[in-house]
Design a protein around this ligand. Structure first.
Ligand code: NAI
Ligand code: MG
Length: 372
């Protein structure tokens, strides 16, 4: 039996293209793994009314981790229209399978490394080497939302906090609310992961990004928890910045930062900013990591206009495979893969269109494999 069982989830669109590329590289590395295909994505929504079928969840439970390509998502009304006729009008509601996976497997940590590999023409500046830790399950993405604002919820809040009263004049059917919910447990867990990472890879500081001067309760709890965690790591400094200022600092002095930790929505925004500093979607890898399971995915979507054309940059997915190898504690293979990726970027001969080249997705994978 193979050492690892890895769920293989290409999804749809260019997810399929980039996962084919990842396989070339993993096979060349000789990872002792069995890859088990799982159905996920738009096709299964249309045919079965579920983009994340039960059989796929079962498969994931029987594997060590998953590598995921990308999937197409569409707004509610459009999604309903694309269901096969026999499923229409049954009240099925599309929900994102990746958000589902994060909640189902308690994948509380979203890890987004952003490194400017030498010779990448898309680097904003050379030498940038950042990692963003984004809390993955709470905050404004908890899914606790209302529209219209239910009267009883409004009244019970008003009894505790008079500031809400000024919205009454608009009428509650003109007011929407999404709740920002943050727990001490999830905050402690994400900040601990960030500090452990800093310790493991020799970073001297961790920067916590919030907005506690305005969002006093939720950001306040996050920051206080970060300070408590930081005390356990005397050799590593805790820096605190506000999200708005941080966006400026990252553009002005990106080299000042190493490990960044934040809550879900700020993390969503800032990790895209950081990704663009080092080449954008073609280079942005990520891991959704829980205590017992992890799902690794490039952060780009299914880019339908390029689907099946063997055209997009597979580097994000190859870097994602490297993250997976790190998580599996296959350090030698992870390092070998990263070196091979870095070499192909530096050589500059095999580049996809986004880097100004003409090479295909699989050309890039083969070039990386040749350097292993
Ligand atoms: P997208 O990331 O799919 O593509 C946006 C544009 O970025 C593409 O048209 C292309 O020009 C460029 N791009 C993306 N990946 C690239 C790569 N590997 N190499 C070179 N260029 C690349 O985002 P978009 O167009 O907003 O969404 C398309 C679909 O993907 C939607 O249905 C959306 O819901 C879904 N999506 C899925 C995600 C996931 O699977 N986790 C994440 C983001 C979007
Ligand atoms: Mg995002």
């Amino acid at each position: 039996m193979a050492k690892y069982r890895i769920a293989w989830l290409p999804g749809d669109g260019i997810g399929v293209d980039v996962m084919d590329a990842a396989r070339i590289v993993l096979d060349k590395l000789g990872l002792d793994a069995e890859y088990l295909h799982g159905d996920i994505g738009w096709e299964f929504w249309c045919k079965e009314g579920n983009a994340l079928p039960e059989r796929t969840i079962k498969l994931l439970k029987e594997t060590d981790c998953a590598l995921f390509g990308a999937i197409t998502s569409k707004p509610k009304e459009e999604a309903e229209k694309e269901l096969i006729p026999s499923l229409q009008g049954k009240g099925l509601v599309y929900s994102s399978p990746i958000v589902g996976l994060r909640q189902l497997f308690d994948l509380g940590t979203n890890l987004r490394p952003c490194k400017a590999y030498e010779g990448n023409p898309l680097n904003y500046r050379d030498g940038i080497d950042l990692v963003v830790f984004r809390e993955n399950t709470e905050d404004l993405y908890s899914g606790v939302e209302f529209f219209p604002f239910p009267k009883e919820v409004f009244e019970s809040i008003k009894a505790k906090n008079k500031k809400i009263a000024r919205f009454e004049k608009y009428g509650l059917d003109k007011v929407a609310v999404s709740m920002r919910i943050i727990s001490e447990q999830a905050s402690e867990s994400i900040v601990t992961d960030a500090f452990e990472y800093a310790k493991k890879y020799g970073y001297k500081s961790v920067t916590v990004v919030e907005k506690p001067n305005v969002i006093r309760e939720t950001s306040g709890l996050f920051i206080r928890t970060a300070r408590k965690v930081a005390q356990k790591y005397p050799g590593i400094a805790l820096w605190e910045t506000n999200i708005d200022a941080m966006c400026m600092w990252l553009i002005k002095n990106p080299h000042d930062y190493g490990v960044i930790v934040t809550s879900n929505m700020f993390g969503d925004i800032i990790s895209d900013l950081c990704a663009q500093l080092v080449g954008g979607l073609g280079f942005a890898s990520s891991g959704n990591i829980g205590k017992d399971y992890a799902v690794f995915e490039p952060t780009h979507g299914s880019a339908p206009k390029y689907a099946g054309q063997n055209k997009v940059n597979p580097m994000a997915t190859l870097l994602t495979a490297k993250l997976m190898l790190d998580w599996l504690n296959e350090q030698d293979k992870a390092a070998a893969l990263e070196n091979a990726i870095a070499k192909v970027i530096k050589d500059g001969k095999v580049r996809t269109y986004d880097m100004g080249g003409k090479a295909t997705t699989l050309d890039v994978a083969r070039a990386v494999a040749a350097n292993l």
